[in-house]
Write a protein that binds this ligand. Sequence first.
Ligand SMILES: Cc1ncc(COP(=O)(O)O)c(C=O)c1O
Length: 393
Amino acid sequence: MSNNALAWIDEELARLTEAGLRTTIRTIESPMDGWVTIDGRRLLNFCANNYLGLANHPRLRAAAKQAIDTMGIGPGAVRTIAGTTSLHVELEERLAAFKHAEACITFQSGFTANLATIPALTGDGDLIFSDELNHASIIDASRLSRARVVRYAHNDVEDLRRKIGENAGYRRGLIVSDGVFSMDGDIAPLDKLVEVAEEFGLILMVDDAHGEGVLGRGGRGIVDHFGLHGRVHIEVGTLSKAFGVVGGLVAGRKPIIDWLRQRGRPFLFSSAMTAPDVAACIEGVTMLEESDELVTRLWENARILRDGMQQLGFDTGHSQTPIVPLMLGEAPLAQQFSRRLLEQGLFAMAIGYPTVPLGKARIRVMNSAAHSTADLEQALDIFERVGRELRVI
Ligand SMILES: Cc1ncc(COP(=O)(O)O)c(C=O)c1O
């Protein structure tokens, strides 16, 4: 092998750096919470998907420790070979009941939940109608399926209808959409998508990663938010965001869940969540069933922050949820903004191409129930200072 075989990587990395598109990964020296420690400094944290502040909650920590004492840590092998633990079964039953779904299956992550589901439901000769802004895991899962993908304009149900009309002659058809779009914080028109799916006899799948624990009554998700129980075939979710742990889930009709236990490749060929993860998630479900206090606080925090940003003159895009983008345009400006925020005591990431389209770089502000009102006031002060300094407002 030539010594130059990997030279292209250095060139590509240099190009990313030059274009202001190279991601810097910060090292966090504290638990993930409303505040974090970076380089020994305490910083307000507006980066995490830790919507409900469960990532470092004492009840989840206690549940994880107890599970280690009673069940150990690792699952030993894939569930279809080594068997599944009673904890995994309990979590799936509890999630199905919480979400008023017929059944539920869990995976190692939201990403693998999508990788399991789409190729198990579609293949050669099938069509996938996919929102153009869908998450990377939906895009990759669709490629793996070998079905043909037809992209429709973002949240545009008329374009979806048009595309369905233009593409006859397929075996099975699937409509798939993010529930909450992770970079813009807007919500898919799931009520309209259900009507289209029912009219054309298509399978409907929603990836509710950012709606799980956030949307719906007490965080029961997007299907609950729209009151569509029993009408959406597949609701994918994650346990890594509002639930504060790690893992993925698929909730829906029982035959689909049974099928995924037979044909979902990440279920068959990769080991399951660990015992402490599962126990912490069960405790999270218990907490959400007991009270909607955290969900209510999250939405109130998001309202205060979004209103405050808009009053300062920032463009917050189309956000309808606790994800609030601060639209800046060019990637170098967004990176500079993020660096200045960090220097002023606030951690919020710049997001640029290819995660969002070119020219649509932004700071993605992630709200959490872990923030106090004083935290939000301090955050708005910092955003104002940096916004004026960089002439954004
Ligand atoms: C829409 C969507 N699906 C799936 C995922 C992946 O979830 P996880 O981190 O659990 O793999 C994400 C996370 O960014 C997401 O936003």
